[in-house]
Design a protein around this ligand. Structure first.
Ligand SMILES: Nc1nc2c(ncn2[C@@H]2O[C@H](COP(=O)(O)OP(=O)(O)OP(=O)(O)O)[C@@H](O)[C@H]2O)c(=O)[nH]1
Ligand SMILES: [Mg+2]
Length: 203
């Protein structure tokens, strides 16, 4: 569903600052600079809602955006940025893990973003494992598909499907682009479906 209303709700710098869940959440995870904040803006159709940057490490807090006053998009801090201050790197794991732990009921869907041009990293796999272990519904998308030719796109999609054969929660990975809108309709369909399933589980 296209969003009619999207607004910033909260930002948490530490685990203690994470607010209580007020509705189902769609969490976006992925390495630094992969395009999480850009995808949120693209999906919600609001430029500049989530701060984006060409340098990695822009989002270092857990940011919540309220959609249609009904559910939330959660922009998680990116991982794998070697030049981030040590304190930030050390905080990432505990921060994201305890977020997932606290939110295992609230998260309707976790979207794991992987750059369509590169092989998934160890941290991408770790992220998936955390989600699988907590039984959190999840989906992997290969982003920045606009940077690939048609042929390379098919190759990338095949590679992603192979890399996440198991543990992807039944949904095969597919490609998206926040620039051209490629795959965004499909992603919305999964988000809507996950929100419906979440509602059915919680009535
Ligand atoms: N070509 C292309 N560029 C993209 C796309 N999505 C994001 N970008 C670019 O990738 C860079 C990083 O985007 P962000 O959205 O800030 O990345 P992030 O994952 O939020 O990064 P952190 O906040 O550091 O974790 C920016 O220069 C974006 O313009 C896409 O679909 N296609
Ligand atoms: Mg960001």
């Amino acid at each position: 569903m296209k969003s009619e209303n999207a607004e910033f709700w909260a930002a948490a710098r530490t685990v203690e600052e994470i607010p209580r869940a007020r509705g189902p959440e769609i969490a976006l995870a992925g390495r630094s600079n992969v395009g999480k904040s850009t995808l949120i803006n693209g999906m919600l159709g609001v430029k500049g809602l989530a701060r984006t940057s060409s340098t990695p490490g822009r989002t270092q807090t857990v940011n919540f955006y309220c959609v249609n006053r009904a559910y939330f998009f959660v922009d998680l801090p990116g991982y794998g940025y070697a030049r981030a201050p040590k304190s930030v790197r050390e905080q990432w794991g505990p921060m994201v893990e305890s977020f997932l732990e606290r939110r295992r009921e609230a998260i309707a869907l976790a979207i794991v973003l992987v750059d369509a041009r590169h092989d998934p990293s160890t941290l991408d796999r770790t992220m998936l494992t955390w989600l699988v272990d907590r039984d959190i519904p999840r989906i992997v998308v290969g982003v920045k598909a606009d940077k690939l030719s048609g042929n390379d796109r098919s190759k990338s999609e095949r590679a992603l499907k192979k890399a996440f054969e198991t543990g992807e929660g039944g949904v095969a990975p597919f490609l998206t682009s926040a620039v051209t809108g490629y795959g965004i309709g499909e992603l919305w369909r999964h988000v809507d479906e996950a929100l419906r399933a979440h509602r059915d589980r919680n009535v």
